[in-house]
Design a protein. Sequence first.
Length: 270
Amino acid sequence: MTTRVVDAAGIEHATAERGARIVSLVPSLTELLFALKLDAQIVGRTGFCVHPRNQVRHVPKVGGTKAVKIDAVRALQPTHVIVNIDENERDTVEQLRAFVPHIVVTHPLEPRDNLALYALLGALFDREDEARELSASLEKQLHACASRAWPMQKVLYAIWREPWMTVARDTYISAMLRLVNWHTLPDVRGGEKGAARYPSFNLDAAWLAQADRVLLSSEPYRFTRQHCDSLSHDTRFKGKRIELIDGEMVSWYGSRAIEGIAYLVDYASR
């Protein structure tokens, strides 16, 4: 009996046939597909899909997450393309719908959403046992994190400079940080009164005075120790803890979330 699964856009998909050809336009989901042991069916990925390193190098690139080469995807004749609401452009997805039988839309907003993500892809591609194993590992990490008492802190999580940019509280990154009781600044949610999910700010913003920590992410902008040193000498950041953080561990959902939660617990314990 054919199972039918529903993606984040509310679109129903029948269980894929064994000969399914998958193109992933989301780095963290490419890694998840490999974790689900779908190596032989992954026929395309973006240039930002860099994990697992040894396996992805054999998979053809089709551009970037926001600069997809439509003709390159077409040439691969995929039956399924995996996309994400935040990472891929709507226009790109609509162009792909013209010739790809199944566009699978994802949109995890918090760590626990990975359970549904594992279940979705596991059911779709007949990897339910592998999906259950990932879910058990994630539940274990979530439980270990929740079993500890974390002091509340307000943090600035910087993802870009020139202009400086951070994350709103309805992003996956912010939800990850809340696992250790860290609350991102400013206190905004994307879409509220025109607020962006990844708002820009300037270093004179009054709300920066509330920050206990300043976290400079390794991606998408690659902050370095030099940036930490520069801010530490800025009087506007006097007394604040300024440090680098591994952006992949905090922002990548999918299978990386399991390792990411363990990383965050260790990071917050220092």
